[in-house]
Design a protein around this ligand. Structure first.
Ligand code: SF4
Length: 581
C-alpha cells in the first residue's frame, strides 16, 4: 500500500541541547581546549559601563567568527542561517533551541565598533597562547606574500580625481547638514560653552592608535614613494575602484588577466608548528619586499624573539632589506637576481675594489676612481679614465660608453657581500629548501579551506581584519592540534596537519627490506626439529608477508603519509564538512 508521511510536529519540552550534541563533536573539543574569556578584556573599552542595554556577549561574537573560519563560510548572513539550524553551533555559542540567535547585521556593527585594533590584539593573544604552549621557536623567520582578489570589479574603475572630488562634495554636504543640526539643537556657544568643549577635548583625547595599527595604516596607499620616487605613472595612480578604493590592479597567474586585489604578507616562525607571527594586507601595488623590515622588527619586539636568520625569495633580496636585517643582527638569507649574467660585458665582480685607495682596479690594471654619488639609487659611481678605455683592446667587451667604464657600488656593499657569502653555505641551502614548504602551504590552506581566495570585505582596514582572523584561525588550529583535537578529525583542512609526520626516506625502506630478507632466509632454513611439511607452510606465510610488505612500500611512496595514516579520502572528492560531522 502506498504510504504517505504527514507533516505533524509535536512540541518537545523535555529535550536538552546538551544531550543532543554528541560527546565527540568538534565544537565540544574547541570549547574544552580554548577559553575565549580573554576577549572581554580586549573589548571592554568599546562599551559604556553604565549606559545602554546589554550587548551581545563578545565571546559569542568571536565564537561566531571562529565558526565562520572553521566552516569556510564567506557571508555573515549565511553564517547566521547555519548557526540557527545547527545544534552544535547553537551549543558552542550557548544559545538554546528556543533562543533567537543574533541577527547578521549585528555582527557587522560589532565589527565596526571593535575596530581593527581589537582584532590585532585577538590575533596576538592567540600567538601568546602558542608561545606559552612552546609552539614558537623564534630562531628563524620566513617571509612570503600572496595575491588575494578584492571584492570589486576591475572593469568599473573611475579616475582617481573623480572619486576624490565626489568624496569632497559628500563631505561638504554632510558638513552643512551637521552644522544645521547643531545650530538648531544648541544655543550659540558662549565663552563658558567653549571652555566646556575644550575641557571635553582635553579629558577625552582622541584614542591612540597602536603601533600595529599604525604599521597597517602606513601601507594603505597604493604606492610607497621610496628612494626611487615616482619616476613613472601606474594605472593605479590614475584610476581607482569606487567599490573598493584601496584595492589596486594586479596580474593573476599566467593567464594575463588583470584584477583588483591585495597583497597578503605573512611572517612565519621556523618552528615545526609554523605559527604565523605577522599578517599584513597591503594594496597589490605594494610589492612583497616593501614591508619586510617593519614586519620583522615588529615580530621581534612584540614577541621578544631573537631570530638569527630571515629567509625570503628573490623579491625580498633588495639592498635595503639585506642591510636592515644585517644591522639588526639577523642573517639575511635572501637570494638576489644576478643581472650581470645577462650582459656580455665584463662582470662587476671582475673588478677588484681596493679599500685603501677607495678605487676599483679593472682587469687591465687601470684604476676606476670615485666619480659621483647617486643618492636616489643609493650607490657610488666609480669611473675609469676614458683615455685608458679608448686605448684598451678589451673595450668592446668591457663598456659601450664613450666616457669610460663605470662601476656602481652600493652604499651597503659590505652587507651585500656578506649576504653573498651566506649563499655558499649549507645552512643557506637548507633554509631555502625549507622555505619552499613553509609559508606557501599556509596560503594554500587559507585559500582552499578558509575563503582567502577572495576577500569578502572591502577596504584596507576591513581586509586586514579578515586576514587577521584567518591567520589567527590557522594558528589556533596548530594550538588545538597541540592540545589535542580528540578522537574526531578536526574541521576543514586541519587533517593536513598530520603531514608533519615525516615520510621515512627510501634508504630506510631499503635497509629494512634488506634485514627483513636476511631474517626470512635465516628462519626459512630447514631446521631438524621442524616437520618439512610445516616448514613449507611457514615459507608460504613468510613469502606472503614479504610480498605484502613490498606492496606496502610501493604504496607508501605513491601516497601522502596523511592519507595512509589517517585513512582520509582525497580532498577534491570529499565534502569537507562530512569529514567531521
Ligand atoms: S675598457 Fe677601460 S675599464 Fe675596461 S678593461 Fe679596458 S681600460 Fe679597463
Amino acid at each position: 500500500m502506498l504510504g504517505r508521511k504527514e507533516r505533524v510536529f509535536k512540541k518537545h519540552i523535555a529535550v536538552s541541547l546538551d544531550d543532543l550534541v554528541p560527546e565527540d563533536n568538534f565544537y565540544r573539543y574547541v570549547e574544552a581546549k580554548l577559553d575565549l574569556n580573554f576577549v572581554r578584556d580586549l573589548v571592554k573599552d568599546s562599551y559604556s559601563s553604565q549606559m545602554g542595554r546589554p550587548s551581545i556577549d563578545p565571546v559569542v561574537f568571536f565564537k561566531l567568527q571562529l565558526i565562520m573560519f572553521f566552516e569556510g563560510i564567506r557571508s555573515e548572513r549565511q553564517l547566521m542561517r547555519m548557526v540557527k539550524m545547527r545544534l552544535d553551533h547553537r551549543w558552542y555559542i550557548g544559545y538554546d533551541l528556543d533562543e533567537q540567535v543574533p541577527n547578521h547585521s549585528a555582527l557587522t556593527k560589532i565589527r565596526q565598533r571593535y575596530g581593527l585594533d581589537t582584532f590585532i590584539r585577538f590575533f596576538e593573544k592567540i600567538i601568546d597562547l602558542c608561545q606559552t604552549a612552546g609552539l614558537i621557536w623564534g630562531q628563524e623567520l620566513y617571509f612570503d606574500g600572496t595575491k588575494v582578489r578584492a571584492n570589486a570589479d576591475a572593469n568599473r574603475l573611475v579616475p582617481r580625481y573623480y572619486l576624490e572630488a565626489l568624496q569632497t562634495v559628500d563631505g561638504h554636504v554632510q558638513g552643512l547638514f551637521d552644522a544645521g543640526l547643531d545650530t538648531a539643537a544648541a544655543s550659540p556657544a558662549g565663552e563658558d560653552d567653549q571652555a566646556v568643549i575644550e575641557d571635553d577635548v582635553q579629558s577625552n583625547p582622541a584614542p591612540r592608535t597602536s603601533i600595529r595599527e599604525r604599521l597597517i595604516n602606513k601601507y594603505r596607499d597604493a604606492r610607497q614613494v621610496g628612494a626611487h620616487g615616482t619616476s613613472y605613472e601606474r594605472i593605479s595612480d590614475r584610476k581607482v575602484s569606487a567599490t573598493d578604493p584601496d584595492a589596486t590592479l594586479m596580474r593573476v597567474g599566467n593567464t594575463g588577466r588583470t584584477m583588483l586585489g591585495y597583497h597578503t604578507h605573512f611572517v612565519v616562525d621556523g618552528g615545526k608548528a609554523r605559527i604565523i607571527l605577522g599578517s599584513l594586507v597591503t594594496p597589490a601595488a605594494i610589492m612583497d619586499n616593501t614591508p619586510m623590515l617593519d614586519m620583522v622588527r615588529y615580530s621581534r619586539f612584540r614577541f621578544h624573539l631573537l631570530p638569527t636568520i630571515a629567509v625570503g625569495d628573490t623579491k625580498y633580496g633588495t639592498a635595503s632589506n639585506i642591510a636592515g636585517l644585517e644591522q639588526d643582527g639577523i642573517r639575511a638569507y635572501l637570494p638576489r637576481t644576478d643581472y650581470a649574467t645577462r650582459s656580455r660585458l665584463f662582470r662587476p665582480d671582475w673588478f677588484y675594489y681596493d679599500p685603501q685607495t677607495d678605487c676599483y682596479i679593472c682587469p687591465r690594471g687601470y684604476e676606476l676612481h670615485r666619480h659621483k654619488l647617486d643618492n636616489r639609487d643609493q650607490v657610488t659611481v666609480y669611473r675609469a679614465d676614458h683615455y685608458h678605455c679608448h686605448a684598451c683592446q678589451a673595450k668592446a667587451r668591457c663598456t659601450t660608453s664613450s666616457w669610460g667604464r663605470a662601476i656602481r657600488r652600493s652604499f651597503f656593499q659590505e652587507y651585500l657581500e656578506r649576504a653573498a657569502e651566506y649563499r655558499e653555505t649549507d645552512a643557506y641551502q637548507k633554509a631555502m629548501r625549507k622555505r619552499q614548504v613553509w609559508v606557501e602551504p599556509l596560503f594554500g590552506e587559507a585559500k582552499e579551506w578558509h575563503g582567502m581566495e577572495k576577500f569578502r570585505l572591502r577596504g584596507h582596514r576591513k581586509v586586514n581584519i579578515e586576514a587577521m582572523l584567518i591567520a589567527a584561525g590557522l594558528n589556533l588550529k596548530r594550538l588545538l592540534m597541540h592540545r589535542g583535537w580528540g578522537r574526531r578529525y578536526g574541521p576543514a583542512g586541519s587533517w593536513a596537519l598530520v603531514l608533519p609526520i615525516p615520510t621515512p626516506p627510501a634508504e630506510a625502506y631499503c635497509l629494512f627490506l634488506k634485514y627483513f630478507t636476511m631474517l626470512l632466509k635465516y628462519i626459512s632454513k630447514p631446521q631438524p626439529s621442524i616437520n618439512s611439511s610445516k616448514l613449507f607452510g611457514m615459507e608460504k606465510i613468510y613469502c606472503f608477508f614479504f610480498d605484502f610488505f613490498n606492496k606496502l612500500v610501493v604504496y607508501c611512496h605513491s601516497y601522502s603519509p596523511a592519507v595512509i595514516i589517517t585513512g582520509l579520502p582525497d580532498s577534491s572528492t570529499t565534502n569537507r564538512s562530512a569529514v567531521y560531522k
